[in-house]
Design a protein around this ligand. Structure first.
Ligand SMILES: Nc1ncnc2c1ncn2[C@@H]1O[C@H](COP(=O)(O)OP(=O)(O)OP(=O)(O)O)[C@@H](O)[C@H]1O
Length: 363
């Protein structure tokens, strides 16, 4: 089963500290939502309010349009899956998965049949008679998922469910989790501080910082067109340049930056419509820089390569622009590029990958 979730004006304070500050979100039924942000930004607090384990200080949560105020966890159509899985060590997998059904009074034959079906869904039906200690970390994680889904929640709340796994297994489980969510169609709200994990699994990502929602959208939108400096920086490596808007035409505007003038489509500005003289912060992802033949570039600064590392798919270069040598840029050059420290290169960029945000002074 599945449900929509609507969060309005949600605030939660602990003494005088605001762990959540005016959060608004609309989640559609069947979406895979990831709450992403650094430690302490309020992800678990939000998940706990959705699950009914914490009450909001103000604001509302509606699940399938039903107000959740005063509804205890057991009477909600949500199930929470915690990082440590909390499997019962003395129980066989079939009994672990059937535990919630037993609590709801389902007879043994029915719950064994249902639990077997969910073990099958996660590829562990042949291990139904085993106990948790006989499984790998990834298999235990799958049992916990089967157990959470067996009670047919409308919304599954997952608090760092892959946090205990090593990186390789984690990537594998991300793919499995996404495929499973597609199959069952349940709304998933998943907490992580791992940006790659969020991008790998989410339909939409909620980027949180200091209890507030900084950005909310599909991974590609947040990566390519972030709505804040924080969201830009949290979604991967990015270069920030300060700039001043110059000439504005109907569909493009020129910005004078520390590395020379650049022309950007108006759609790349997050401000309503740029005005001449306005100060902006330009965000350029490392892969959107290009090293080009000097003759083809108008106005952009050359740069000196200060360091190069080979990353297999690309070279990661540190650059010092000639026009602004105190500034450091990171650029990814193609695998085939011949770049070495002390090289002098001309810089260009792919305008599609550049965003202009209202100015925030660099730290
Ligand atoms: N019961 C509590 N009493 C006081 N402060 C709390 C309580 N629960 C959470 N906080 C504070 O609220 C803030 C948000 O906590 P929360 O656990 O939601 O963060 P998080 O984003 O889930 O972090 P992490 O990724 O480290 O789990 C933190 O500063 C935390 O110290």
């Amino acid at each position: 089963m599945t449900a929509s979730v609507s969060i309005r004006n949600l605030t939660r304070t602990f003494a005088t500290f605001k762990a959540l500050d005016d959060v608004w979100l609309d989640i559609a039924a069947g979406e895979f939502i990831v709450l992403l942000g650094p430690s302490g930004c309020g992800k678990t607090t939000l998940l706990s309010i959705l699950g009914g384990f914490l009450t909001p200080t103000s604001g509302t949560v509606r699940i399938n349009d039903r107000d959740m105020a005063g509804v205890p966890p057991a009477q909600r159509s949500t199930t929470t899956m915690f990082q440590d899985y909390a499997l019962f060590p003395h129980m066989r997998l079939i009994d672990n998965v059937g535990f919630g059904l037993r609590m709801r009074g389902m007879d043994r034959a029915s719950r064994d049949a249902k639990a077997a079906g969910f073990l099958d869904l996660v590829g562990l039906k042949p291990s139904a008679q085993k106990k948790p200690h006989e499984l790998s970390g990834g298999q235990r994680q799958r049992v916990a998922l089967a157990r959470a889904l067996a009670v047919d929640p409308d919304v599954l709340l997952l608090d760092e469910p892959l946090g205990a796994l090593d990186l390789k297994l984690r990537r594998q489980m991300q793919d499995e989790l996404k495929a499973l969510q597609r199959r069952v169609g349940t709304t998933f709200v998943h907490v992580t501080h791992d940006q790659e994990e969020a991008m790998a699994i989410a339909d939409r990502i909620v980027v949180m910082n200091h209890g507030r929602v900084e950005d909310f959208g599909p991974p590609s939108d947040i990566y390519m067109r972030p709505k804040s400096i924080f969201a830009a920086g949290f979604m991967g490596e990015v270069n920030f340049l300060s700039g001043r808007v110059g000439r504005v035409e109907c569909d493009a505007a020129e910005v004078e930056t520390q590395i020379g003038p650049i022309v950007l489509p108006i759609a790349n500005f997050t401000i309503a419509r740029p005005q001449a003289g306005e100060r902006v912060t330009i965000c350029i992802r490392p892969e959107h820089f290009r090293a080009v033949d000097q003759r083809s570039v108008a106005g952009l600064s050359e740069a000196i390569v200060s360091d190069v590392s080979f990353f297999g798919t690309h070279h990661r270069c540190h650059l010092a622009p000639v026009a602004s040598p105190e500034k450091r840029l990171v650029a990814h050059m193609p695998q085939s590029a011949r770049v070495a420290p002390c090289d002098r290169i001309a810089l260009s960029f792919d305008p599609a990958g550049v965003t202009a945000l209202p100015e925030v002074r660099e730290a």
